[in-house]
Design a protein around this ligand. Structure first.
Ligand code: KG4
Ligand code: ZN
Length: 336
């Protein structure tokens, strides 16, 4: 078969993104329009504003992705789109756009699971990475410890019972006045703080070794802030950021180490927006080397929401001929 080029579209949250990916690994273009400036003043993503911005940006973003890849639609072999999980309005914009392009250009349509996309981001820069491997997906909406058994075949070992890791970062950042998006701001503040200054809890979840819970940690941070305020004490934001971040990173690494040993995993990959966190990247690298697994992670540009990862994930379906029809719809709570 000659090379296969997939035009991929991602619009599940607040990034409007399009990419052209060849043969499931080679990124010919990767255009991301981030709406973050539109949502910052509200302290989080406003779904209606996100949907409208996706509608405005999706055509120019796709045109840029095609032109940067030196393609027209006649060079494309399939159109892939994230159909869940995510915000329903934003997802619908991408799904409707992908269906329209597939219909107009008579191309096969592929519906992609957003989390599978995050995991597949690891294939882009790591040519030697192949299933089976263990992966931890940490993003604004998800915290999943997953065994990738084969291309397109996943077993979820653990997931969060409440807040996602990124959500905890965003909520704590808001509580200490760092603003949105919180993850990168806590990461930066923590560099000037002492991670041992405040003893925050490392949550255990009853009944599952691999599930996560971050709402107790978030409450502990809020309690700490309230107590300090009542006593008229000033809080050292950098110390708080560093101590909170360490509590999250410790739990993520502990679960990863346990799973690597129990499953005898030789390879471990991080994925999702929180995989950009500098403390997590450093500590997980040490965890993997101690547990005897090779450590993989995408560059920050492939950790955040992007369409290249969707084009990579779609390739497995393309090869298998797993195509969607025009009834493809947004599924906000799509399960892995
Ligand atoms: O994967 P992503 O771009 O979108 C979702 O699918 O959710 O992840 C966004 C999340 C946000 O919660 C953001 O605060 C977090 O990733 N994040 C970080 C860092 N960069 C982004 N969290 C911690 N440290 C970072 N450096
Ligand atoms: Zn994501």
């Amino acid at each position: 078969m000659s090379s296969a080029r997939i035009l991929a579209i991602e619009s599940s949250c607040d990034e409007t993104a399009a990419a052209v990916v060849e043969d499931g690994r080679y990124v010919r273009s990767n255009i991301i329009y981030s709406q973050v400036d539109l949502h910052t003043i509200y302290g989080g993503v406003v779904p209606e504003i996100a949907s409208r911005a996706h509608i405005e940006k999706i055509d120019p973003v796709i045109k840029s992705a095609l032109s940067e890849a030196g393609c027209t639609l006649s060079d494309i072999d399939a159109v892939a789109v994230t159909y869940g999980p995510g915000l329903v309005g934003p997802l619908l914009v991408g799904v409707a756009e992908a269906k329209a392009i597939a219909f107009a250009a008579d191309l096969p349509l592929i519906g992609v699971h957003h989390i599978q996309g995050h995991i597949c981001a690891n294939y882009i820069e790591n040519e030697d990475l192949k299933p089976p491997f263990l992966t931890l997906v940490v993003s604004g909406g998800h915290t999943h410890l997953v065994m990738v058994k084969d291309y397109g075949e996943y077993e979820v070992l653990g997931r969060t019972r409440d807040d996602a890791a990124g959500e905890a970062f965003d909520k704590v950042a808001r509580a200490i006045g760092l603003g949105y998006p919180g993850g990168p701001k806590i990461d930066a503040a923590a560099k000037n703080g002492n991670a041992d200054a405040i003893a925050f809890p490392r949550a255990k979840v009853e009944g599952s070794d691999y599930d996560f819970s971050f709402s107790g940690l978030k409450s502990a941070v809020l309690n700490y802030l309230n107590h300090a305020q009542m006593r008229g004490e000033t809080v050292n934001r950098d110390d708080l950021a560093a101590s909170f971040q360490k509590a999250v990173v410790d739990v993520l690494c502990e679960h990863a180490a346990m799973a690597i040993r129990e499953y005898g995993a030789k390879d471990f990959a991080l994925a999702g927006g929180v995989a950009s966190n500098s403390a997590l990247r450093a500590q997980m690298a040490r965890t993997c080397s101690e547990a005897g697994a090779k450590f993989y992670l995408p560059s920050p540009i492939y950790c955040t929401d992007n369409a290249a990862m969707i084009g990579v994930a779609a390739y497995t379906d393309f090869v298998k001929g797993n195509f969607a029809d025009y009834t493809l719809n947004a599924v906000p709570a799509l399960k892995l």
